[in-house]
Design a protein around this ligand. Structure first.
Ligand SMILES: NC(=O)N[C@@H](CC(=O)O)C(=O)O
Ligand SMILES: [Zn+2]
Ligand SMILES: [Zn+2]
Length: 421
């Protein structure tokens, strides 16, 4: 195991210090054989944790594998990702969950936590093996039918009751499938009319969140709202938190930066669920992330093959990749304008996501005795994003050609370098 000295590095609270890593943890003195990295001007953040990642293995290894997704994650500064259940086959049994956990361990670049499906086959009819997935070697605590909204309120209620004894969490894709049906692909507004695209109204999100926070309150169980995108949705979460409901919410990088205007050219790279919204909604999401109503940033990294995007807008697959530029976008939209400091970034991209995912060895403070999961960043560097330079197997990168912060210098998982610029 290599020993490392990170000299003159800046911690999230602004203090400058030397950090020493040996045997995968932070120690209080340099081993004599330590490799020294000059970290003058660099900030050390705790390894980032993504609670919403689509890795596509098994089933669509042409678009991403656990290994390629792990490589993209390490390049983005992540030391842990949570793999969504909408693979082929769906992750709805203990065996399938263990299989993906195993692939993650073999890749060895980030800790891969498995999210189990709530319903069998994501069909929304019968509960998946929630208890067996939890007691399996994969230790599943997070469950989601993401890609689909779990519409049946009775099934939602039963699932909340099932997972409560082990402090599990249901992650809902909040999209009423009647209010925003199969043709909904553009924020419902003047622009959806002008472009002739099916409207996806904010109430399709907020009405499901309202129902679900009431079910979470009634059961005393935990709800997590995926990729919140509307001012109305944020208002409901704020109300629920004030009542003491056990609800958390995530914002994606793309909903923090990109707007409905991107759809003007009908480029299907920008088709995503929920859709890109208008400036008022973007501001509501930024404000909510700043004030804690939205707890965390999660990427919703959703790789797709070119031939699944190369269709009329309404027929193209929704989703965009995001692991490699997540921190870039947070710096651009939240840190540079003075809305979040580095300690808050560490909270929203490491400490709190780890807590939501019940990870005990991730999202820890940078301190002696703690696992050396850390990302070194240069907050001032910028670069033009090139989708061809990605470690992901897919090229549906919505930031291609944009000048963005390019912060990640190196990522360490338990003291081992998983990415170095
Ligand atoms: N966000 C998306 O538009 N797509 C996701 C599914 C999802 O997150 O709902 C995908 O799996 O491609
Ligand atoms: Zn979703
Ligand atoms: Zn998703």
């Amino acid at each position: 195991m290599p020993s490392t000295k990170l000299s003159a590095v800046t911690l999230p609270d602004g203090t400058r210090t030397d950090l020493f890593i040996a045997d995968g943890v932070f120690v209080d003195d340099a081993p004599s054989d330590a490799e020294t990295l000059d970290c003058d001007g660099l900030i050390a953040l705790p390894g980032l944790v993504d609670i919403h990642t689509h890795l596509r293995e098994p089933g669509r290894e042409d678009t991403e594998t656990v290994l390629s997704g792990s490589q993209a994650a390490a390049r983005g500064g992540f030391t842990a990702v949570c793999a969504m259940a909408n693979t082929t086959p769906v992750t709805d049994t203990a065996e399938r969950a263990e299989y993906i956990a195993d692939l993650g361990r073999r890749a060895g670049l980030v800790d891969v936590t498995v999210i189990g499906a709530i319903s069998k086959g994501l069909a929304g009819e019968q509960l998946a093996e929630l208890g067996l997935m939890h007691t399996s070697a994969a230790h599943v605590t997070m469950f989601s039918d993401d890609g689909h909204c779990l519409m049946n309120p009775q099934l939602m209620r039963r699932a909340l009751e099932w997972i409560k004894p082990f402090n599990g969490v249901l992650m809902q894709h909040s999209q009423d499938s009647f209010l925003a049906g199969p043709d909904a692909c553009c924020h419902e507004s003047e622009i959806s009319g002008r472009l002739g695209l099916g409207g996806w109204p904010p109430v399709a999100e907020s009405s499901i969140i309202a129902r679900d926070v009431q079910l979470a309150e009634a059961t005393g169980s935990r709800l997590h709202v995926c990729h919140i995108s509307t001012a109305e949705g944020v208002d409901v979460v704020r109300w629920a938190k004030a009542r003491g409901v056990r609800v958390t919410a995530e914002a994606t990088p793309h909903h923090l930066l990109l707007s409905t205007r991107e759809l003007e050219g009908y480029d299907t790279t920008f088709k995503v669920n929920p859709p890109l919204r208008t400036d008022e909604h973007i501001e509501a999401v930024r404000q909510a992330l700043q004030d804690g109503t939205i707890d965390v940033v999660a990427t919703d990294h959703a790789p797709h093959a070119a031939h699944d995007k190369d269709h009329a807008f309404v027929d193209a697959r929704p989703g965009m990749i995001g692991l490699e530029q997540a921190l870039s976008v947070v710096i651009q939209t939240m840190v540079n304008p003075g809305r979040l400091d580095w300690a808050a970034v560490a909270d929203k991209m490491s400490h709190l996501p780890a807590r939501i995912a019940s990870l005990t060895n991730q999202g820890r403070p940078i301190a002696v005795g703690e696992p050396a999961n850390v990302v070194l960043i240069d907050p001032a560097r910028v670069a033009k994003v090139d989708r061809a330079a990605s470690a992901s197997l897919s090229r549906n990168n919505p930031y291609h050609g944009r000048l963005l912060p390019d912060p990640v210098e190196a990522t360490f998982l338990r003291g081992a370098i998983t990415y170095r610029k």
